[in-house]
Ligand binder design. Structure first.
Ligand code: ZN
Ligand code: ZN
Length: 120
């Protein structure tokens, strides 16, 4: 079990299993939504994500296709990415929102073609 929260701590959640398929995404949508050079996500089955507090503060934005990006309406923290056609049972969780140690074996970098020019 790994606990996580948003910046204002109004939303708290628990991952019931270790995040898998750790991915650093350099796409333009992740850059803009996270306000960062790239977003790092780890995925768990939707049944392995439990929202303990503040679920009513989660706002969804449909960024492309069937994908929903969820964030805290109070502090803006990007938290979850879900609804992909091929992995509809999975939710990707912004790893930086986790507050407890988690396992990372390998990080896969994707959409490098749009990576920012100042990142080494
Ligand atoms: Zn918040
Ligand atoms: Zn992305």
């Amino acid at each position: 079990m790994i606990k996580g929260s948003c910046l204002c701590a109004a939303i708290e959640f628990t991952l019931l299993s270790q995040p898998k398929a750790i991915t650093a995404c350099h796409c333009r949508m992740c850059q803009k939504q996270h306000g960062a050079a790239f977003a790092v996500y780890g995925s768990v089955l939707i049944t392995q994500l439990s929202i303990n507090k503040g679920a009513q503060l989660l706002v969804s934005y449909n960024s492309s296709g069937t994908v929903q990006r969820q964030f805290c309406q109070k502090c803006g923290s990007s938290l979850f990415w879900s609804g992909s056609e091929h992995y509809s049972d999975w939710v990707s969780v912004a790893l930086t929102a986790l507050d407890e140690p988690y396992e990372v074996k390998k990080v896969k970098h994707i959409h490098r073609e749009s990576r920012v020019c100042w990142l080494e």
